[in-house]
Write a protein that binds this ligand. Structure first.
Ligand SMILES: Cc1ncc(COP(=O)(O)O)c(C=O)c1O
Length: 439
């Protein structure tokens, strides 16, 4: 009999999860509103087990953090070994070797001929914020160019750079200054001619004042949007022509998700700076800015850093992640997962008219739900119903998009094919149920 990964032994949430979540309501701040109505007790590979022993397929990968899967034994061993040696010194107090080794590995992986250097931080937002700081010093300019549908984080600057207002900006103004938004080509909704991007830029800001243009090579939180192949090369040329830096925010699309280590490699583009986070350390907080050495060296000594940034345990975990990606052929796996996802989701698309678009690059695959295919009006209600029905049946399914009408897949690249197919068959059931219960 085929192996089943999902195992539901109680109602969801079960009694233990319910008790923990009851305390959460009392003590955890309201804005922290999880997707899953249960508490994780343990996790392995693509499976998360809750406090009551129910097992779920986690297609969210902790929001894109689990490219090597939950608790990969190599990562756990590296963490354990490093924890026994040294938990923390702060690299700017007493440097340590795993930081340097990781910088060397990432600098070697970054595309393009220019020599690269790295700096490490804790979160994606911190990496993006520091990339902007570095770009400002390196160019002596202030303005920051960003895109529609972008998500760059939740600090004051990165929240300003983020597009989706609700919930990410709601009530949090005033925002940072000197951030200008350009149209991002969205093939399903509004294909943007490249000339229109430059025209918008010229209408917003003197490009001689622009320090950098920050772009997600594939949009994540904003809806899993894959731009046309000429987009990134055009931005490289635009940046060179106007003398500002090109910053690739690969926090979600990097670290193998799209079938290349960096998504920008698909487009043969060498950014000046690349930000990675999420999957880089297999579940530990770590982010990096990887960039041309001349740019990375521009700020004054001591001006860049963070107490925990590049913590030794997180660096050791990241080195293990890089080994796993190489040794287990995860870039190739990402491409294969992408093929299976596209094939199966396109089969669903033929049955359910609510699916307006299925798209992706490698294993970064999403599908967009619409009220009808002609108007393409976003359908967040059905998207939510599908998500809830999938959860009831044991699949944790994340969504995305300005309207919350995109189902996105962030499955571990280590996922066995039978687990992927099991999850997709649950998704089919969720669609059938959502279609029945729809208004
Ligand atoms: C593209 C991108 N940039 C930056 C961030 C912010 O990362 P963090 O939540 O680690 O600050 C995210 C998080 O989802 C992201 O997807």
């Amino acid at each position: 009999m085929a192996r089943r990964y999902i195992r539901l032994v109680t109602d969801v949430p079960g009694p233990r999860s319910r008790a923990a979540l009851f305390r959460k309501e009392r003590y955890v701040a309201g804005p922290l509103s999880p997707l899953a109505p249960f508490c994780a007790a343990r996790a392995e590979g693509v499976v998360v087990e809750d406090l009551d022993g129910n097992r779920f397929l986690d297609f969210s990968g902790g929001w894109g953090v689990m490219n090597v899967g939950h608790n990969h034994p190599r990562v756990v061993a590296a963490v354990r070994d490093q924890a026994e040696l040294c938990l923390h010194t702060d690299f700017t107090a007493v440097p340590y070797e795993p930081y340097v080794a990781l910088a060397e590995r990432l600098a070697g992986l970054a595309p393009g001929p220019a020599p690269k250097k790295c700096a490490f931080f804790n979160s994606g937002a911190e990496a993006v914020e520091n990339a902007v700081k570095i770009a400002r010093v390196a160019t002596g300019r202030k303005a920051v160019l960003v895109f529609d549908n972008a998500f760059h984080g939740r600090t004051l600057l990165t929240m300003t750079m983020t597009h989706k207002a609700i919930p990410y900006k709601a009530g949090f103004g005033p925002y940072a200054s000197d951030v200008y938004r350009l149209p991002y080509p969205y093939p399903y909704r509004y294909p943007v001619p490249l000339a229109a991007i430059e025209r918008r830029m010229l209408s917003l800001v003197d490009p001689r004042e622009a320090a950098c243009l920050v772009v997600e090579p594939v949009i994540g939180e904003g809806g899993f949007i894959v731009p046309p192949p000429e987009f990134l090369p055009f931005l490289r040329e635009l940046a060179d022509r106007h003398g500002f830096l090109l910053v690739a925010d690969e926090v979600q699309c990097g670290v193998g998700r799209t079938g290349r280590f960096f998504a920008c490699e698909h487009y043969d583009v060498e950014p000046d700076l690349i930000c990675v986070a999420k999957s880089i350390a297999g579940g530990l907080p770590l982010s990096a800015v990887i960039g041309k050495a001349t740019v990375m060296d521009a700020p004054l000594p001591g001006s860049i850093g963070s107490t925990y940034g590049g913590n030794p345990v997180a660096c050791a975990a990241a080195l293990a992640v890089l080994d796993v990606i190489e040794e287990e052929g995860l870039l190739e796996r990402a491409r294969r997962i992408g093929e299976v996802l596209l094939r199966e989701l396109r089969a669903l698309e033929r049955t359910y008219p609510v699916i307006g678009d299925v798209r992706g690059l490698g294993a970064m695959v999403g599908m967009e739900l619409v009220c009808d295919r002609r108007s393409r009006e976003p359908d967040p209600d059905t998207t939510r119903r599908v998500q809830v029905e999938a959860l009831k049946r044991g699949v944790i399914l994340p969504t995305a998009g300005i309207y919350g009408n995109v189902v996105r897949f962030l499955v571990p690249l280590t996922i066995p094919e039978d687990a992927l197919l099991e999850g997709l068959s649950v998704l089919g059931e969720a669609f059938a149920q959502a279609a029945k219960s729809g208004g």
